[in-house]
Write a protein that binds this ligand. Structure first.
Ligand SMILES: NC(=O)c1ccc[n+]([C@@H]2O[C@H](COP(=O)([O-])OP(=O)(O)OC[C@H]3O[C@@H](n4cnc5c(N)ncnc54)[C@H](O)[C@@H]3O)[C@@H](O)[C@H]2O)c1
Length: 427
């Protein structure tokens, strides 16, 4: 193992995935270079700070040394390259592989023979073979001899207090046996959890797409049930609690006002597109995307209906949106349903206020007290702990008439007892 630790690791892309990984590699004793095109981000990391709020990282960064650079020359001659760059979709939901291609080119132009290159970014099965490998072959390297290329999909869940890059099990796939052994050995030296080798690099790619599509589909299913049950005055949160007493073959997922982040609303499109190329239509994945994206409309319709019930129009009323980030207790805006919900509410011409303690620059008020005191209706979009803990009396004393709880995180019964009109997603 000590021989392994003498190796130099270069992480390409110092974001939510790359930075924790770089920090853990450094903690385990590797000399680590962090390469990114975003100089402002690198300046923060160079000071031992995290550019985003993540407790695990904030604790770890001051203890480790990561040499950061935006100069491609700075990534020369490393032994192991870990590519952690974005894999978004364009406006038509087509996979956009430009970051993976540019990062692979940077590595191919600067690596020495014998290097291990691992793609951690989420991609559909086939990308390592069709997009990554040709870049190295074009640069004159023979795969399995001059360069070893693998895929180890990242599973990190930002903001998760229990699971982080050092304790989440991994799967690895490679082009050849030697690459697979090198990759497994490396991850075993960094991650304190099982590293499972897959039979092929495609299988490793497929694992991640399957996991995230599974989540999107299950959320879509529960959203569909929520909207239907709501018409029958059935509270889905109680139904889920009931169904969860079954000790097998049921896994609870929660309905909500939309799915966000860089993964769940994006990754299924990589598979949908790949299916199309193979003359296969992913009806299930496509329906899930439609249902989950439609939750923003459903939430705004709830607001309109309940405002009408309170004898008010949304137009001209004071509506406060609580939460802009895509999930609780993080400041990540990517693909956040709040962005769609806010745009849709704006069309109805209320006096709109927004507040997110984790993204103050997108807030129109300074604090929670201010938004509560200025709103007649509240729409909870993100279940930040600060919102879940709002005492019911605070809604009453500020004269709130309507609450739309897009995350089912408030006490429905206690709120309704005060006379405030409350609607959750399916409750
Ligand atoms: N965020 C998550 O929770 C999560 C979890 C698992 C997997 N993933 C996957 O991991 C990948 C990275 O996601 P992320 O959330 O870390 O993204 P991110 O946007 O937080 O970070 C990516 C970083 O890569 C940099 N970058 C872009 N092009 C580059 C290039 N050519 N060379 C060097 N740096 C470059 C960007 O400046 C950015 O700092 C994606 O494929 C994503 O789907 C993300």
């Amino acid at each position: 193992m000590s021989e392994l630790k003498d190796k130099k690791v270069c992480v390409i892309g110092m974001g939510y995935v790359g930075l924790p990984l770089a920090a853990v590699c450094a903690k385990k004793g590797y000399a680590v270079t962090g390469f990114d095109t975003d100089k402002a981000k690198l300046e923060i990391i160079a000071q031992g700070k995290s550019p985003f709020h993540e407790k695990f990282l904030e604790d770890l960064l001051p203890q480790v040394k990561i040499n950061v650079t935006s100069d491609p020359a700075g990534i020369k001659d490393h032994d192991i390259y870990l590519i952690c760059v974005p894999t978004p979709v364009d406006e038509e939901h087509n996979p956009d592989l430009k970051y993976v291609i540019l990062a692979s080119e940077s590595v191919a132009q600067n690596m020495k023979k014998g290097a291990l290159v691992v793609l951690e970014s989420t991609v559909n099965p086939g990308v390592s073979e069709e997009a990554v490998a040709p870049i190295f072959e074009k640069a004159g390297y023979v795969i399995g001899q001059d360069v070893f290329i693998s895929h180890c999909p990242e599973r990190v869940n930002p903001g998760d207090p229990k699971w982080n890059v050092s304790n989440i099990p991994r799967v690895v796939g490679s082009f050849d046996e030697k690459g697979l052994v090198m990759t497994k050995e490396f991850y075993e030296s960094v991650v304190d959890a099982e590293i499972m080798p897959m039979d092929s690099i495609r299988e490793a790619e497929a694992v991640k797409i399957m996991e995230n599509s599974f989540r999107d589909i299950n959320i879509a299913f529960v959203n569909e049930m929520a909207m239907s049950f709501a018409r029958m005055d059935i509270d889905i949160t109680n139904v889920i609690r009931g169904a969860s007493t079954k000790p097998y073959a049921f896994m609870a997922h929660n309905p909500g006002c939309g799915v966000g982040g860089h993964c769940i609303p994006v990754d299924p499109y990589y598979m949908i597109q790949k299916g199309k190329e193979n003359n296969f239509e992913h009806k299930f994945l496509s329906s899930a995307r439609l249902i989950n994206d439609g939750m923003a409309d459903y939430t705004v319709e709830l607001l309109q209906d309940r405002m009408n019930e309170a004898g008010k129009a949304v137009k001209g009323s004071k509506v406060g949106v609580l939460g802009i980030s895509y999930k609780g207790n993080v400041g990540d805006l990517r693909e956040s349903p709040a962005l769609r919900i806010i745009e849709k509410i704006k069309v109805l011409e209320p006096e709109l206020l927004t507040y997110d303690p984790y993204i103050p620059e997108f807030s129109t008020v300074r604090n929670l007290d201010e938004i509560l005191s200025k709103s007649e209706a509240i729409v909870i979009v993100t279940d930040h702990k600060e919102f879940k803990n709002i005492p019911v009396e605070d809604f009453v004393k500020n004269g709130i008439k309507v609450i739309i709880d897009g995350r089912n995180c408030l006490d429905k019964k206690a709120i309704r007892e005060t006379g405030i009109i409350y609607a959750g997603i399916g409750r």
